[in-house]
Structures are given as C-alpha cells and as structure tokens.
Design a protein around this ligand. Structure first.
Ligand SMILES: C[S@@+](CC[C@H](N)C(=O)[O-])C[C@H]1O[C@@H](n2cnc3c(N)ncnc32)[C@H](O)[C@@H]1O
Length: 209
C-alpha cells in the first residue's frame, strides 16, 4: 500500500538530476572511447543517459490523460524515466515493467525506487530485453523505447502482439540514425501514426483509429 508521506519521487529525481552535469562529462568520455572500438552498453555503466525533466513531466501528463496503467520500458539505466512513469501511474493505479542489461545499473535503479517509495509498483527485469520481454503476454498501454537504438525494431516486434487500439509507443532519441531507420520501417505500416515531439527528439507512435 502506497501512502502519500512515503512517496519521495520528486526528491529522488532532484538528487539524480543534480548529478546531470557530471553525468554528461562521463557520457562524453565513454563516447570518445568509441573512436577506438565499437561502443558497448557496458561503456556507459556509470552514466544515466536519462530523458530530460521536460520529457519526464510530459510523460506524467500523457499517462494521466490517457489513463495508462500497463507500462513496459526498454532501458531502465538508473531509473530516472521510470520514476516519472511511476509518478503517472500512482494517479491511474498502474504498474511498470522495466528492463536493464547492466546488473549494477539495475541495482542502483532499484535503490532509487525504494528511496522514492515506489518499488512495489515497478518490476525490474535484469538482462537482455530480447530475453526478458520475449514471453510478455499482457496488454501494453504504453511502451517506452529508450534502450540501445539498434534493438528498437526487435523489441517493438517482440511486443507488438500485446498492443491494442489505444497503445502508445514513446520513442526516445528519435533523431538518431538507427532510430530513424526503425521509424521509417514502422511508418510503412499504415496502421501506425507517428507524431514528432520535443524538436524531433521524441516520436509518439499511436494506432490509427
Ligand atoms: C538511454 S539509457 C536509458 C535511460 C533511462 N530510460 C532514463 O531516461 O533514465 C539506455 C539503457 O539501456 C540499456 N540497454 C542497452 N541494451 C540493452 C538490452 N539489450 N537490454 C536491456 N537494456 C539494455 C543500457 O545499459 C542503458 O542503461
């Protein structure tokens, strides 16, 4: 049972965002390494790579306005985006499944969810999303794609049978080359409608009515 006085989402998010500048420096160092070898998720094991506060608050509104309850997230990292999702589903009575490849990141995220008082609303699946989500057989109201971009299409296809008429797919980093290729493939299916947001950083996919 969640009681108002135990919920500390805003405080937890404020602490995490206060590290944001330092996080950017760590991210730049990890990217620099990719000059010498192909970039790996483990190169970013200490880096948040999170959505912005503005995106987070928009997600909260999206969840409330559409009465979204069943959320699946690809790419937990330290749990910043998941905390915004939790802020939304507290209002709608929903639940979140989120998945993260790097064990230490998943552990930190769980600590952050406990600190925020919302860990009982969030199931964290540790491992490769291709495995952790492959047997998912429950309706999805919102899918947040924010893991490695070359897997967006695979994860979308693994979960597509769980979409319904009101499902929304929130695609972060829509302006990256691999994401553009994914969006182009999805846009060929006339069933889907794509809306660009946040100056092209985000695309929201919905099902045409
Ligand atoms: C951009 S970050 C996620 C940021 C997070 N959504 C936020 O806004 O706070 C992407 C995360 O996806 C994880 N990831 C990459 N490949 C993955 C895979 N195959 N399965 C699960 N997680 C993966 C990375 O380790 C990284 O932590």
């Amino acid at each position: 049972m969640i009681t108002e006085d135990k919920i500390q989402i805003n405080e937890t998010l404020a602490d995490l965002y206060s590290d944001a500048k330092y996080d950017m420096i760590k991210a730049m160092k990890s990217i620099a390494k990719s000059v010498f070898k192909p970039i790996q998720p483990s190169d970013f094991k200490d880096v948040y790579l999170s959505i912005s506060k503005e995106q987070g608050e928009d997600l909260v509104e999206l969840i409330k306005q559409n009465n979204i309850q069943n959320i699946v997230e690809f790419g937990t990292s330290f749990g910043i985006s998941t905390l915004f999702l939790a802020k939304g589903i507290i209002e709608t009575g929903g639940h979140i499944i989120t998945t993260e490849l790097i064990d230490s990141k998943a552990k930190s995220a769980i600590e952050n969810f406990k600190k925020a008082g919302v860990n009982n609303l969030i199931e964290v699946r540790v491992g490769d999303a291709k495995e952790t989500l492959k047997n998912h057989k429950q309706p999805i109201d919102l899918l947040l794609l924010d893991g490695w971009k070359d897997l967006y299409l695979t994860i979308f296809q693994i979960l597509e049978s769980n979409f319904h008429n009101n499902t929304l797919i929130y695609v972060d980093n829509a302006d990256m080359v691999e994401t553009k290729a994914f969006l182009q493939t999805v846009s060929k299916n006339t069933k889907y409608k794509l809306q660009s947001q946040h100056q092209g950083k985000v695309v929201l996919i919905s099902i045409k009515k």
